[in-house]
Design a protein. Sequence first.
Length: 277
Amino acid sequence: MYDGGVTSDHTPQRVVCLQPSATVILAALGRLDRVVACTRYCAEVCPEVKNGGRSIIADSWTAQSPQILAAHPDLVIAAVPYQEKAVVEILKAGIRFLGLAPKTLIDIYADIATIAGAVNAAEQGQFVIANMQREIEGLRAPVGSGQRPRVFCEEWGKPLIASQRWVAELVEVAGGEFMGEPGGSSSAESVLADAPEVVVAAWCGAGDRVPLQKIVRERGWQQMPAVRDGRVYCIRDELLNTPAPTLVHGLRALAAAIHPAAFPHPDGLRCMVETRV
């Protein structure tokens, strides 16, 4: 806004991010300088936030309003599930609150546009979305229906929960057939009955530390096609569970797991080498 020769930006200048996706999106928009507090998970996905004296606070699920208010924000961004009590305290303090709940890739593009609009970066937001879409389509595997391996992706192990719908969409792009209900609970027996040819574990908050051999042994999956063929993988949590432009890296990992002969093995993808469990 131009006013008497002085340029004023009335958009939020002090942003608290309670979800890694928001931090990653702001970084992609060139607005990371506005983040004054974020979570340790944000720092894992976006190491740049470790610099600049930013506060590291609890995330959306464990949010503590005193921590948030101490950062003196003019915008708080969170994503479901989040603490209702903390949200009430934020709103009572008169701070703008943006709550996200993405389920699909289209939702993620909308969230990028929404955050971009909030920080006066609408044009850059459209560029980020277009670039993300272009990269995803560029990685689309040229396979027919008969060449699509059955893929089971899980975001948690106990209880066993399938990955979110946007991961199911990425599996399809990578040339696989997603097994089960996205985001739904399942059982080891039902997954075994589906006979997946590829298993991908990307547990929330676990990084790349999912104990692949242990879960196969404890679930009795030794005769599963994916296990027999040595196609059980761990993909770093943040590559698939952060609904942000970094999903492109998760797609590369999925493509390499599903069609290893067609795609290079990227960082963040680990295979269970030993199949005798």
